[in-house]
Unconditional design. Structure first.
Length: 158
């Protein structure tokens, strides 16, 4: 599993259509940014839709004031599901939505989990990445928890 001090692994993850569809090369993308990458178990799931993503949307400007250049939401869903979820949540350009359909990047991070009724998904986590290096790791004990990886907690940590 990725840890503080590690370089973000290289991978290609799909960006949703409304944000300029295409693939992001993670190593290149994070190389010149201070960013937050947070992972969720699934689009449209209760904690993800009611708390985790909305928290980052609400605090995007305050996080930017702390030097965050980009906020990214990673989920093991296809790009069409992530696009629909972004529209449902009125994401706009505040959070870049990433679809990791085969969980390749999620696995490279060591953040994959097999959830009985959902299959392979992402653990609930958040990383602060500064020029490609992990500076802060917040991993929830369960996928239903939402305290250490919340936008509010990360804002305090910055």
């Amino acid at each position: 599993m990725i840890k503080v001090g590690d370089t973000i692994p290289e991978g290609k993850v799909a960006k949703i259509a409304a944000q300029g569809a295409g693939l992001i090369n993670t190593r290149e993308f994070f190389a010149d940014k201070k960013a937050i990458l947070f992972g969720v178990p699934g689009a449209f799931t209760p904690v993800c839709s009611e708390k985790h993503l909305p928290g980052f949307l609400a605090l995007a400007d305050k996080l930017a004031e702390k030097g965050i250049n980009a906020i990214l939401c990673l989920s093991v869903n296809d790009r069409h599901v992530m696009n629909a979820w972004a529209k449902d949540q009125n994401v706009g350009d505040k959070v870049i939505m990433l679809a990791d359909g085969k969980a390749d990047f999620t696995k490279a991070l060591g953040m994959d989990i097999d959830i009985d009724n959902m299959g392979v998904r992402s653990k609930r986590f958040a990383l602060v990445i500064d020029h490609g290096k992990v500076k802060h790791l917040a991993l929830e004990e369960t996928t239903g928890a939402h305290s250490v990886s919340s936008a509010e907690t990360l804002l305090k940590a910055l």
